[in-house]
Design a protein around this ligand. Structure first.
Ligand SMILES: *[C@@H]1O[C@H](CO)[C@@H](O)[C@H](O)[C@H]1NC(C)=O
Ligand SMILES: *[C@@H]1O[C@H](CO)[C@@H](O)[C@H](O)[C@H]1NC(C)=O
Ligand SMILES: *[C@@H]1O[C@H](CO)[C@@H](O)[C@H](O)[C@H]1NC(C)=O
Ligand SMILES: *[C@@H]1O[C@H](CO)[C@@H](O)[C@H](O)[C@H]1NC(C)=O
Ligand SMILES: *[C@@H]1O[C@H](CO)[C@@H](O)[C@H](O)[C@H]1NC(C)=O
Length: 215
């Protein structure tokens, strides 16, 4: 049986698992008013609940909640791969004026990797004006370069901020292993040897990787 690792490849500091992080922290989104103050000094009372200031999102660092700048993801590179990333061809080719390439709103993209990204964005709002580009493959490394217009090519050339793709862990090439740091298994079924996690480029700041891992 194959071991499957779901990979969200972030090439910039991404505030991803925002909603799931915060759900488990009692002080965040606690009700407050003018007389009851928020217990955490980084959050403040707004519209009756304790929350981070505008343009900041909550992150957990060693079990403590901090408000950090939201780093926007502007570009996502992905590849159609049921059921992880489902692109609806008739939606993409339709003449209807819908935001086809919008990471946040496009009705043309869905799937197991797309849906949690969108629900995290509901809390963290890190997909402002983000557009999705479909690559032609995940990419192979040959003669010193990645396949043109592949997810790995987009990542390596800084043509995207995040690559959304699924990899077969046992078949990862040494070049992908060299480029990606696997961290934080989000969903695992060890009996079936299925593991979904997040992968970062090796260049990604290690401290941030561990932060995200802690979530
Ligand atoms: C403010 O919140 C505190 C604690 O939740 C509550 O006891 C108090 O009645 C509230 N005061 C007002 C004016 O709503
Ligand atoms: C694909 O898009 C078309 C046109 O927008 C829509 O009618 C159809 O329901 C979509 N299919 C799925 C499976 O979402
Ligand atoms: C998103 O795009 C709109 C329209 O082009 C622009 O007004 C807005 O400032 C942009 N927002 C961000 C966060 O870049
Ligand atoms: C990839 O693109 C580059 C630059 O556009 C081009 O020179 C090269 O021939 C392409 N490689 C392949 C295999 O198509
Ligand atoms: C990657 O591209 C973005 C957007 O084009 C740019 O702001 C950033 O400086 C680039 N980073 C590197 C390391 O080249």
């Amino acid at each position: 049986m194959l071991k499957i690792v779901g990979v969200l490849i972030a090439s910039i500091t991404a505030v991803l698992a925002v909603s799931s992080t915060v759900g488990s922290h009692a002080d965040y989104l606690a009700t407050c008013n003018s007389t009851s103050i928020c217990p955490n000094h980084e959050v403040f009372c707004s519209e009756g609940v304790c929350r981070c200031p505008p343009n900041k999102a909550p992150v957990m660092i060693r079990w403590d909640l901090h408000c950090r700048d939201i780093v926007q993801i502007k570009r996502i590179s992905t590849i159609e791969d049921h059921p992880w990333v489902i692109s609806n061809a008739s939606c993409l080719s339709s003449k209807k004026a819908v935001a086809k390439s919008s990471c946040r709103h496009s009705p043309c993209y869905s799937g197991i990797l797309v849906d949690p990204l969108r629900s995290a964005d509901e809390g963290g709002k890190f997909l402002d004006n983000c557009t999705i580009t479909e690559a032609t493959s995940v990419g192979q490394f040959k003669s010193g370069t990645w396949t043109n217009n592949s997810v790995m090519h987009h990542l390596a050339g800084n043509k995207t901020d995040l690559g959304l793709a699924i990899f077969n862990e046992p078949t990862l090439s040494p070049h992908v292993r060299a480029a990606i740091h696997f961290e934080s298994i989000l969903v695992g079924n060890y009996r079936n040897q299925v593991a979904l996690g997040i992968g970062f480029p090796k260049s990604f700041d290690q401290e941030r990787v561990h932060e995200l891992g802690d979530r």
